[in-house]
Design a protein around this ligand. Structure first.
Ligand code: AMP
Ligand code: ZN
Ligand code: FE
Ligand code: FE
Length: 287
């Protein structure tokens, strides 16, 4: 049984359409895949319509949130949310708010770059992102690759788009406590994504994870390409101590990253635990 619970499509910053994503998941030999685009459920319908026979689809999203970091400051955390009701009013309102904010933010980054003579145009960029999809920095990275300024998306991040660079504009993130409440209220289950991916930037302490667990966090993503062995061991021990679900996933983004579908996987009993707790929407497909 091969299960990958964290992937992106063109509904956010992946390069596979939702239909291609499920086709690739089946071709990669997965038994279950979750579609978890940033801050949107707009890929769910197309993924469902194109679902190959035998593949189970877990509908989800990856929410960009801000959390106390446990060191006196704040940092970004990503919350994977599974099987919640996409029509719950708080979910709908939050998706609309973050989408509008992210379009403005993409334009702000593009304008700063254009002012420095880089060949990116805010209007062109936004025209290339469907109105119900979530724009992100990888969209600008792809534009820089197309323009021949850099040769890879990774290089675009290293040179221009990283959090410490002069073009960085943060997106307006929702307090993590509020997202936990919204998803629980919509019948979903939450899993903290890549919590100890230290090279991405600031991360939360174990004490913060304990507080989030007390607020209803359901699980921890332990096996993730950005986690080294030590991060995985610490997270697994923490999940054990707190009675949390553990998952493993690729965080596949198509050709934006060199990660393969199913590169990291989740144990079947963990997916069962997620499905048992969720009351929003069910897992579809499979035999
Ligand atoms: P944003 O949501 O706009 O802040 O952009 C974050 C997205 O960029 C996440 O999906 C990351 O996976 C992706 N990302 C961050 N660093 C890199 C990198 N070095 N190469 C490719 N994608 C990256
Ligand atoms: Zn992404
Ligand atoms: Fe993430
Ligand atoms: Fe992700």
């Amino acid at each position: 049984m091969r299960i990958d619970l964290h992937t992106h499509s063109t509904a956010s910053d992946g390069t596979d359409t939702p239909a291609e994503l499920v086709a690739h998941a089946a071709a990669a030999g997965l038994d279950a895949v979750a579609i978890t685009d940033h801050d949107t459920t707009s890929g769910w319908a197309d993924a469902l319509a194109a679902l190959p026979a035998g593949l189970r689809l877990v509908r989800g999203a990856e929410l960009s949130c801000v959390s106390p970091d446990g060191r006196g400051g704040h940092c970004t955390v990503h919350l994977l949310a599974y099987l919640f009701d996409p029509q719950a009013p708080a979910v709908v309102a939050e998706a609309a708010r973050t989408r509008a904010d992210r379009r403005k933010r993409l334009a702000a980054i593009a304008d700063r770059m254009a002012a420095d003579g880089l060949p990116v145009d805010a209007d062109d960029l936004l025209a290339g992102v469907p109105h119900d999809a979530t724009p992100g920095r990888p969209h600008i990275a792809m534009a820089l690759v197309r323009a021949g300024i850099v040769s890879t998306v990774d290089e675009a991040f290293t040179q221009y788009l990283n959090d410490r660079g002069r073009y960085y504009v943060p997106s307006s993130r929702t307090p993590v406590e509020s997202s936990l409440e919204t998803i629980a209220g919509a019948g979903g289950v939450t899993v903290l994504a890549h919590a100890f991916a230290h090279h991405r930037g600031r991360t939360v302490t174990a004490d913060v994870i304990k507080e989030l667990a007390a607020l209803g966090l359901g699980g921890l993503e332990v096996d993730h390409p950005d986690h080294d062995l030590e991060a995985r061991e610490r997270l697994r021990a923490l999940a054990d101590e707190l009675g949390l679900i553990t998952t493993g996933s690729s965080d596949y983004h198509g050709t934006n990253k060199v990660i393969e579908l199913g590169q990291e996987t989740t144990a079947p009993e963990m997916l069962d635990a997620i499905a048992e707790r969720a009351t929003g929407v069910g897992i579809v497909g499979g035999s």
